[in-house]
Design a protein around this ligand. Structure first.
Ligand SMILES: [Cu+2]
Length: 284
């Protein structure tokens, strides 16, 4: 059997995607459950959303609205942005850095495994470039950085889907602007071994003992991961604009957890397509 990367060949009109099928398009209506809170913090109101989609995808987002801080009109970033008539008041840019702390309990067990995948594509002398994907098991605490064609997943050690594949969730970051101003915002994701007192990525309030660090970067210190905690860092650099008043249109930042082999097929597969599991023979 030869596999052809790239789009499927176009089939003549009247033929389905697979042998014996009519050219019909299927769909099933999905539903989302959205949980959200709104918190007022200083001049801002923050909307914290947890969206659970019927296909198993979770989308976590923080939206910010409110009022530009009237205290920050000193162009302290070297440029600012003129807000209001003419150009006498320059609003200073600022950063919103949000961390999500994820404590997985896949198949009822906190003992999950972390994997990193990297793909590298190289041009070949032939027509089709070659892609090689490698898996690295993350067995010890890690401060990870995003890279082209890199992603992580958290894999269940307790359960498999109906196809016999271990259940996992892939971390899918949204757009981020990494903030270099603090030690704990210098990396995109942290994997730390569970410690009850480690609750907040920075300015952690709980007492973790003498000499313990106060932020997540300090907690990455070589422990073996048995019960991994994932910290996702998504940053937004806000350069103000006239339209930010008033109220400011919501600016969003966030990420997704995408199910990877949690179920044997898309939970929203229309019944007519339920047989399409695995390598189905193409019409020829
Ligand atoms: Cu802002």
């Amino acid at each position: 059997m030869r596999h052809h990367p790239g789009p499927r060949p176009r089939l003549p009109h009247g033929r389905g995607r697979l042998r014996g099928e009519e050219s019909k398009v299927y769909q099933l209506q999905g539903k989302d459950l959205l949980l959200y809170t709104v918190n007022q913090v200083g001049w801002y109101e923050y909307i914290t959303e947890w969206r659970f989609a019927g296909d198993g995808t979770m989308t976590m987002q923080v939206g910010a609205t409110g009022t530009l801080s009237p205290m920050d009109y000193d162009a302290g970033d070297g440029r600012g942005w003129p807000i209001g008539k003419g150009a006498k008041d320059y609003a200073t840019s600022h950063a919103h850095n949000v961390f999500w702390r994820l404590n997985f309990g896949l198949d009822g067990s906190p003992k999950s495994k972390v994997e990193q995948y990297d793909s590298k594509t190289t041009a070949t002398s032939g027509r089709i470039p070659k892609t090689k994907t490698t898996r690295t098991k993350v067995t010890k605490e890690l401060a990870g950085d995003a890279a082209a064609a890199r992603w992580w997943r958290v894999v269940s050690s307790a359960g498999k889907n109906k196809d016999g594949h271990p259940r996992s969730y892939e971390i899918v970051p949204g757009h981020t602007t990494k903030y270099q101003g603090r030690s704990f915002t210098k990396h995109d994701v942290y994997f730390t071994e569970y410690n009850k007192c480690e609750q907040f990525a920075s300015n952690n309030l709980r007492n973790c003992g003498a000499g313990a660090g106060k932020s997540v970067d300090k907690w990455v210190n070589g422990q073996t991961l048995k019960h991994p905690i994932v910290w996702v860092n998504i940053g937004f650099h806000h350069i103000a604009r006239d339209e930010d008043q008033e109220p400011m249109p919501v600016h969003w930042q966030g990420f997704q957890l995408s199910p990877r082999d949690v179920t044997a097929m898309n939970p929203l597969t229309p019944p007519a397509l339920s047989g399409h599991n695995g390598h189905t023979e193409e019409a020829r």
